[in-house]
Structure formats: structure tokens, C-alpha cells
Design a protein around this ligand. Structure first.
Ligand code: PPS
Length: 287
């Protein structure tokens, strides 16, 4: 059964998330906590695995201590899954947390305590493509079919967690005044070691070349896909139905070409130029 979206503080979001908005927005981050924030489908889980591996010096066994969603809990779903608010509040600091909230709706406690925030952005077309496929599995979101409608909804920000454009631009604009590391999915794909090193430095860790290569390997798409503790296969079935397709889909750059028609691409491009005209943020040109 498909779920519904509603609007909270100008952001479209699943009704079940909106229903708990006060508790989400008032999440109490503490000094030293780390936030991984992204628009959905931008490589959040990949970054979660990288951060956990960095913080545990690439120890594969420790990083398999629990599913990724328990190791790095998702703030907006704490009231719906394990670990809940109570358990996360009781965990010692520093904690690592995941969120898809746009800059202006991040719980203020993160900024108050100058927490480190790692932001990952992915080009709009691949994000949309990944989200379209994913929304077939997400039971708390509306049915994404037909694609033509989804395309329009994405451009208007009428999908879970609102406008991609505002999300990536909001964090981009804030990156100099807050403690934000801004990473692109495409750069991570092209040169994983280089981007992992950036994350490590941001977290105050210096990784040897060997450790860097080890972490790149353990966080590769193939490795994570086959790692039950990293592939989200345990995600609650009431939220995500993976009976036919799985969370780890392709992990590629440029998959949008399998979905967009030439005409849809042209229309999307014109709208993209308009919506991105007020930012210096640029994604690598996709061939
Ligand atoms: S979610 O549900 O919003 O948290 O999803 P998120 O983790 O942000 O994004 C899921 C997409 O990231 C791909 N993925 C990866 N790509 C490359 N390397 C690694 N290690 C990796 N892990 C996950 C995943 O397959 C989704 O992208 P698509 O294009 O759908 O395959």
C-alpha cells in the first residue's frame, strides 16, 4: 500500500515523518556528534559505511557489528525503527547520525554545538532516476508511476524531502559559515581514495595509503552489496519492500540515460538551468 506526502515547513515529506516533526526537529545533538546529511539517493549509505570504517581504522569485523541503520541511525525514522530516540539519546558521544533534512530544517542543536556535517550531493538526473526506482519499494511514499509525472513532481519538489535544487544549493551556500564538508557522488566514484582521504582529514584522521585502499575496497559497491550489514537488506519491511528488488541497485553515474527520453531530457535541462541559475555549484559534465 502506497503512503502519502504532506508538507512540513515548506518541505514535502512522508506523512509518517511529518507526524513526529517536533521530536525530529528538536533532536538533541551533542558536541562531537557527526551528521551525514544528503538529499535521498545521493550516496548516503555509501558515506555512512566510509565514515564508520574511518572511525574504526578500517576494522572490517567491528564495522559488521550491526546493520548500517543501527550503527548510524536515521533521525527522521527514529520513531519508526531500531534504535529509537530513547536508545540514541542514551548512546555516548560522539555519535554519527544520518538525515535527509535540508539545511534550514536540520535540528538546530547540530549547529549550536558546531558538529561536523558531511554533505553528499549527486547530480540531479541520477538522483531522480535512483529515487524513481527506489520509490517503487518505499511504502511510506506515493506510487512513483508514471515516470512522466514523477519527473514533474521532482522538478517541483513534490517528492520525499522536497526540492533537490533547494537542498543541494542550501548546503552549498552554508558550507563556509558552518562546519560542512561538501562531497560529490561523482567525485567519489571517480577517485574513491581521494574523497575518502578528504573525509578522514575532516574527521581529524590521517590514513596510510594501505588503509585508504582497504577502506575504498570495503566501501565499494560490490563489497557493500554483498555485505548484509551494509546493504540495508534488514530495513523494516513496513517501510521498504525489498521482496523483488533490492536497495543496492547499480551505483553508477549516468544511469538516467536508461530512463529519460531525449525530449524529457531537454525539458529537464531547461528547467535545471532556471533552478540552478542562482548558485555557483557545478556538477561534473555527464557524457
Ligand atoms: S537513501 O535511501 O536515500 O539513504 O539512499 P542513498 O544511500 O543515499 O543512495 C542509494 C544510491 O547509492 C548507491 N550506492 C552506491 N553507489 C556506489 N558505491 C557504493 N558503495 C554505493 N552504495 C550505495 C545505491 O545503489 C543507490 O543508487 P542507484 O543509482 O539507485 O544504484
Amino acid at each position: 500500500m502506497a503512503g502519502k506526502l504532506t508538507v512540513v515547513e515548506g518541505m514535502a515529506v512522508a506523512e509518517v515523518v511529518a507526524a513526529n516533526w517536533e521530536q525530529i526537529y528538536n533532536f538533541q545533538a551533542r558536541p562531537g556528534d557527526i551528521l551525514i546529511d544528503t538529499y535521498p539517493k545521493s550516496g548516503t549509505t555509501w558515506m555512512q559505511e566510509i565514515v564508520d570504517l574511518i572511525l574504526h581504522d578500517g576494522d572490517e569485523q567491528i564495522c559488521m557489528r550491526a546493520p548500517i541503520s543501527e550503527r548510524i541511525p536515521f533521525i527522521e525514522l527514529l520513531h519508526l525503527m531500531k534504535p529509537g530516540f530513547e536508545e540514541v539519546n542514551a548512546r555516548p558521544s560522539p555519535r554519527v547520525l544520518k538525515s535527509h533534512l535540508p539545511y534550514q530544517l536540520v535540528p538546530p542543536s547540530f549547529w549550536k554545538h558546531n558538529c561536523k556535517v558531511i554533505y553528499v550531493a549527486r547530480n540531479a538526473r541520477d538522483t531522480l532516476t535512483s529515487f524513481f526506482h527506489f520509490d517503487h519499494l518505499v511504502l511510506i511514499h506515493p506510487d512513483p508511476e508514471p515516470f512522466e509525472d514523477y519527473l514533474q513532481r521532482f522538478m517541483k519538489g513534490d517528492v520525499g524531502w522536497g526540492s533537490w535544487y533547494d537542498h543541494v544549493k542550501g548546503f552549498w551556500a552554508a558550507r563556509e559559515k558552518e562546519n560542512i564538508l561538501y562531497i560529490l557522488f561523482e567525485d567519489k566514484k571517480k577517485n574513491p581514495s581521494q574523497e575518502i582521504q578528504k573525509v578522514a582529514k575532516f574527521l581529524g584522521k590521517e590514513l596510510s595509503e594501505d588503509l585508504l585502499l582497504k577502506i575504498a575496497k570495503l566501501s565499494s559497491f560490490e563489497h557493500m552489496k554483498n555485505n548484509p550489514m551494509a546493504n540495508n537488506s534488514d530495513f523494516p519491511k513496513e517501510i521498504l519492500d525489498q521482496s523483488e528488488k533490492s536497495f543496492m541497485r547499480k551505483g553508477k553515474v549516468g544511469d538516467w540515460k536508461t530512463l529519460f527520453t531525449a525530449q524529457q531530457n531537454e525539458m529537464f535541462e531547461a528547467d535545471y538551468e532556471r533552478q540552478m541559475s542562482d548558485t555557483t555549484l557545478k556538477f561534473p559534465k555527464l557524457k
